[in-house]
Design a protein around this ligand. Structure first.
Ligand code: COA
Ligand code: ZN
Length: 315
């Protein structure tokens, strides 16, 4: 394929939000703050640092205010907060989030399971949030996610026309950023290429994010398909943590260090320090109390060569 791979690929780190939201072991606020600050030092320009949702729905992230107030804001880094409703938006603005990520599923059933409301009610709430943000004293950007955009664990196939039409509705409402999320890893590369091409006909690449889970092992294949189709920004979680607690069978996001390794090996500029990232990923089992799915942190980089064994040198 005649493809130059020169266009930078922007990685938005979502471990502090998607990664930790499903973890059973409580992660101390100070450890969340240290993780976010360490991620910023690796070179990320966008970090989803937490969510402002019901503490009953996601107890693991109930300390959102303390986390946002505790991090050292690094210049040039956009700290994103996931928000489901007006109350969440007010909390996120008070905590000085730089960007709000509003979430609604393409499928009614998953939206009801996750947000306990219909898509229509979610959208009506987003309209109020847009007006709130437009009237805010400090500049705050807006992103909205189409969850289950590539398939729903309850309904199966999701109509592509509906996904495109939701993205269009978000833009018409004044929400610039659009994320297409494969909540439970149902996407395949052909489908991804098709949908990305369609959405890029309406949304500039600079405003589009792809959010893949590696539930069926297709995560990085989907990234490459989307990149070839013109997408430039991708969510990923350190160690491959992550998952939606309200989607049966959910598992981890694509793994950040595996993605950055792919970029480094292929010569795609990503601007992330992989050595530091791997070091940070290796601290995760101590934080969450179990092994994590990422592969490169276990294997090391290609260039991390091993000492030649004595018996080989003797031959
Ligand atoms: N932050 C904190 N508390 C919130 C809140 C928010 N954003 N939104 C609602 N609440 C509180 C209400 O104040 C109320 O509290 P009370 O019981 O002490 O009076 C309670 O939650 C119920 O409020 P209600 O508006 O009826 O919410 P609900 O029970 O219908 O749940 C959501 C709706 C959207 C708040 C909830 O489903 C949710 O937070 N979902 C997010 C799930 C998620 O994060 N999934 C993964 C990311 S995609
Ligand atoms: Zn996710």
């Amino acid at each position: 394929m005649n493809f130059a791979y020169k266009e930078p690929l922007i990685v938005q780190e979502v471990a502090p939000r998607d990664g930790l939201q499903i973890e059973k072991q409580w992660v101390e606020t100070a450890d969340k703050i240290a993780l976010i600050d360490a991620l910023a030092a690796c070179g990320f320009t966008r970090i989803e640092a937490g969510s402002f949702v019901s503490p009953k729905a996601i107890p693991a992230l109930r300390d959102g205010e303390a986390v946002f107030n505790g991090i050292v804001r690094k210049e040039g880094v956009i700290y994103v907060a996931l928000v489901p409703n007006m109350k969440g938006a007010e909390r996120a603005l008070a905590a000085r989030a730089n960007e709000l990520n509003l979430v609604m599923s393409a499928s009614q059933t998953h939206n009801r399971a996750n947000m306990r409301m219909s898509c229509e009610d979610s959208l009506a709430g987003f309209g109020d949030i847009v007006r709130l943000v437009q009237g805010a004293s400090a500049p705050v950007s807006l992103n909205a996610t189409v969850a289950t955009a590539f398939g729903c664990p309850f309904e199966g196939r999701v109509d592509e026309d509906r996904v495109v039409s939701i993205a269009r509705t978000y833009r018409e409402m004044g929400i610039a950023g659009i994320t297409l999320a494969d909540t439970t890893g149902m996407a395949n590369p052909r489908q991804v290429a098709r949908l990305v091409e369609r959405v890029l006909a309406e949304v500039p690449a600079a405003d589009l994010t792809l959010h893949f889970h590696n539930t069926r092992g297709l995560g990085l294949a989907n990234v490459l398909a989307a990149y070839h189709a013109g997408a430039r920004r991708f969510d990923a979680a350190l160690g491959g943590l992550g998952g939606c607690p309200f989607a049966p069978g959910a598992s981890g996001n694509i793994c950040t260090e595996d993605l950055v390794n792919l970029c480094d090996e292929m010569g795609i500029p990503a601007g992330i320090d992989l050595v530091q990232l791997i070091r940070l990923s290796r601290t995760l089992p101590g934080l969450v109390g179990h092994e994590v799915p990422g592969q490169v942190a276990k294997a090391g980089r290609n260039c991390d060569l091993h000492a030649v064994p004595e018996y080989v040198r003797a031959i």
